[in-house]
Design a protein around this ligand. Structure first.
Ligand code: SF4
Length: 354
């Protein structure tokens, strides 16, 4: 295919949710195992048939960079087809993979040998019990040994090696040791401060708790002994700043003046209105609901079923409801179970955080 100026140089693939883990903060949209085990929903049907690959392949041959996420990329059949094509026609392409670190089969080792892989491994704890409770289905010993393999692979080829850390209420105190570990492994960190679901996010905590976390993290002494350690330290400080920001938001919520009362029917009407106005502009959001809008409305009613008929609202509740978009609501309904969202609504009535 002749080079064209408007031809893409980089592509990002997120084609399937095939995954062997059930990480606590994740959802069925990203993990097939969660979709099956936790949400009891049917698997997604892949729209990527042989025509898709026939049309895609010529575009791969001049790519400078291709990124792969999942699910777990090393379990996704479609990616092996793409990697094989890159190995044959464009072996210098920089391939970036975000992996949960549990899959290192002979097939993975073979495919790594054929391309230029840049690898980021998810690692949320260095303590076995905690790691295995956060990343359900993974074993720390196995991930650590795979991590060493990926680290050496990237070091030998001069490609990027990183650790991706999800920061949550269940592991924030390990952040300094995780940073130290990453720098000693020669890994760039990516710190993902989880925002959804709320119970797995620091942003849902009270101001006092967040101020305590901020103080502990600020006291930690971390090395700045190499350019990599210094870069990692900057990301750590950004994360601490985010915690401070959430503490400020929590203080505002907690001091918000009372506005009045609201009924469950008024809340339902408000949410229905947001959903309907979003669907008017984005009818494709209904594709995820086999039963159409009727199913969406029944799901919404189920979420609100257990709340009191009348409750008090303060200025923070009003502000959060005003800012809630129909699109975000629909996405949450697509991703999380009715039970999980009902818990979220109760939390909202109590703390005014959505
Ligand atoms: S490995 Fe990634 S996709 Fe799989 S459950 Fe964990 S966070 Fe979700």
């Amino acid at each position: 295919m002749p080079w064209r100026e408007d031809q893409p140089q980089a592509m990002e693939f997120s084609l399937e949710n095939t995954c062997n883990l059930e990480c606590v903060q994740c959802h069925g949209g990203l993990s097939s195992r969660i979709r099956q085990e936790r949400e009891k929903r049917p698997p997604f049907r892949s729209p990527y048939d042989s025509t898709f690959f026939e049309e895609l392949f010529p575009w791969l041959d001049r790519l400078a960079e291709a990124r792969f996420s999942g699910g777990e990329p090393f379990l996704i059949e479609a990616y092996y087809r793409i990697w094989e094509r890159l190995a044959g026609k464009n072996p210098d392409c920089e391939i970036l993979v975000q992996t949960n670190g549990t899959v290192l089969s002979p097939r993975v080792a073979r495919v790594l040998e054929q391309g230029r892989f840049n690898i980021s491994v998810s690692l949320d704890s260095l303590e076995r019990e905690r790691f295995e409770s956060l990343r359900k289905g993974a074993r720390l010993g196995e991930v650590m040994s795979n991590l060493e393999y990926f680290r050496d692979y990237c070091r030998d080829r001069g490609t990027y090696f990183g650790l991706s850390i999800c920061v949550m209420p269940g592991n924030w105190e390990e952040l300094p040791s995780l940073l130290d570990f990453a720098s000693r492994q020669g890994a760039e960190v990516a710190l993902n401060l989880v925002t959804e679901p709320l119970w797995a996010s620091l942003r849902g905590l009270d101001a006092k708790d967040l101020e305590g976390i901020q103080a502990v993290l600020e006291r930690a002494v971390l090395p700045e002994s190499s350019p990599l350690a210094a870069r990692n330290l900057r990301k750590y400080r950004d994360a601490v700043r985010q915690v401070a920001l959430w503490a400020g938001q929590a203080r505002n919520r907690e001091g918000a003046p009372l506005v009045g009362e609201m009924t469950s029917r008024e809340l339902m009407d408000l949410l229905r209105e947001k959903v309907l106005s979003h669907l008017e502009e984005h009818p494709d959001f209904l594709n995820a609901w086999e039963g159409g809008y009727g199913e969406v409305e029944a799901f919404l009613a189920g979420i609100l079923a257990g709340i009191p008929e009348k409750f008090t609202v303060n200025a923070a509740h009003s502000e959060a409801l005003k800012n809630l978009s129909g699109g975000r609501l629909l996405l949450s309904m697509e991703r999380y179970s009715q039970e999980a969202l009902a818990g979220r609504v109760h939390g909202f009535l109590e703390k005014a955080v959505l």
